[in-house]
Design a binder for this molecule. Structure first.
Ligand SMILES: Nc1ncnc2c1ncn2[C@@H]1O[C@H](COP(=O)(O)OP(=O)(O)OP(=O)(O)O)[C@@H](O)[C@H]1O
Length: 435
């Protein structure tokens, strides 16, 4: 398979800006509508930071993978690149091969519709992407009709050419078919034909094979690579599946809770992952040979709430390599106490009476007040819990424990969210890789 990222080929000549898209400090935040009751109670509306402070370049001719667990912001970033969701902050610049530089993040209305001729998206579910009452000829030709680019004989010729390119041939057999007459793989080929018919520069493919049978997945990915070569396309490939990204991508950006935590050449990400999250994702790839199946080693805990991500590095509560400066905070102390009581159920009643209510720890803060049974006793209990597991990294992030009222105030070392920094041939956002 040729996947050198050179982007040589038909559609778009050489000699332009080396990047097709430049993303600079992009934020996409969604305001969650609280119900009438929350408004009545004056509760603050919650904001999900689906994409937060992302800077990335899409190089002409490459396949860039966006990889991460569900909720990491891959789809939102992909949609923002095409102007399908508005940016809350930052900039997206499209260096068009023929029309100069354009600011996607500031486009509205007709300008955005026009952008569709150059930047296209292929969605996960080909069944949902095709209108069941349109023939394949109508569906694939639709972009040419709505942009008033072709009609009549010219339209039919271009549809036939696109179907031919995606391997739906002999074309006459498919023109008058409806989506329900086609297999999943054929439907996704038709969706791809519709996406390339306007001769775009960029395709953003959001899990394009994850709903297809195993047997056709590699064929569709190979088709996309062939089209990229023939038409000089550039791809963004969104997936939670690192194994397919290894096969398909030139570079991979690993996303976690709205941020890129590591980005670099595919071989380097696989051969020498730096970020503990990347390492955990790689370990979680199922081994194709069942005899060599390795145990799944997903990071501890759940993915946190994107409306209130952990302080410091968002990954620190799940990280197996966490250290003092990762951003320990009140909610981590709550999790630690609860974990301690699940192991020491017999101590729960007495200790809980000493510690008191934990709800005050739910507001993210670098100070945490606990205890109602006297400062000395509470401090001694925390010391005992610490002694049970002295290597627990949370303790290394504690700057001090001071008496406060009938309990203590635990003070954590404050930390900023780590920025992407160069480490060898990749960029990684982790305190273990300082400048
Ligand atoms: N329209 C929206 N309104 C509110 N929240 C949203 C909206 N779209 C996405 N989100 C939230 O933004 C975060 C990122 O979602 P996104 O779909 O981009 O992630 P993803 O990595 O693509 O996940 P998946 O693989 O499940 O699609 C999630 O917490 C999600 O719930």
């Amino acid at each position: 398979m040729s996947n050198d990222g050179s982007g040589q080929g038909g559609g778009h000549g050489a000699g332009r800006h080396e990047n097709v898209l430049d993303v600079d400090d992009l934020a996409v935040h969604f305001q969650l509508q609280g119900g009438a009751l929350s408004r009545l109670l004056g509760l603050q509306a919650r904001v999900v930071k689906a994409v937060d402070g992302v800077s990335v370049q899409l190089r002409r001719g490459e396949v860039l993978g966006l990889v991460g667990e569900s909720g990491s912001g891959k789809t939102t970033l992909g949609r923002a690149l095409l102007g399908l969701v508005p940016a809350s902050g930052g900039r997206i610049t499209y260096h068009s091969a023929s029309k100069g530089d354009r600011r996607v993040s500031e486009m509205r209305g007709a300008e955005l519709r026009q952008l569709r001729t150059d930047l296209q998206m292929v969605f996960q579910d080909p069944h949902a992407a095709l209108n069941p009452s349109m023939t394949i000829e109508e569906a694939v030709g639709h972009p040419l009709v709505i942009h008033k680019i072709a009609s009549g004989r010219a339209l039919r010729m271009q549809v036939a050419e696109a179907l031919e390119r995606v391997g739906l041939s002999p074309v006459e057999r498919f023109l008058s078919k409806y989506p329900s007459d086609l297999s999943g793989g054929q439907k996704q080929r038709a969706v791809i034909a519709r996406a390339i018919i306007l001769n775009p520069e960029v395709l953003v493919a959001d899990e394009p094979v994850s709903m297809l049978d195993m047997s056709v997945r590699a064929k569709i990915l190979q088709l996309m690579l062939d089209l990229k070569q023939e038409m000089g396309l550039t791809y963004v490939y969104i997936t939670h599946d690192l194994a397919s990204a290894k096969y398909f991508c030139d570079r991979i950006a690993i996303m976690y809770l709205g941020r890129i935590v590591e980005i670099g050449p595919t071989e380097e990400i696989f051969a020498n992952p730096r970020h503990p999250y990347t390492k955990a994702l790689l370990k979680a790839i199922p081994e194709p040979d069942p005899d060599r199946m390795v145990p799944r080693d997903l990071p501890r805990g759940e993915i946190p709430d994107a409306a209130e991500p952990p302080l410091g590095c968002s990954f620190h509560p799940r990280c197996s390599e966490a250290v003092a400066g990762c951003g320990w905070e009140s909610r981590d102390l709550r999790a630690l106490l609860e974990e301690h009581w699940t192991r020491k159920l017999e101590a729960y009643d007495d200790e809980k009476a000493l510690i008191g209510d934990l709800d005050g720890l739910d507001r993210p803060s670098t100070t945490a007040k606990v205890g109602k049974g006297g400062a000395g006793e509470v401090r001694a209990l925390l010391d005992r819990i610490r002694a049970e597991n002295p290597d627990e990294p949370l303790w290394s992030g504690v700057r001090g424990i001071e008496p406060a009222g009938n309990g203590v105030e635990v003070q954590f070392q404050p930390a900023d969210s780590p920025q992407l920094r160069r480490a060898g041939s990749v960029d990684v956002a982790c305190v273990l890789y300082p400048e």
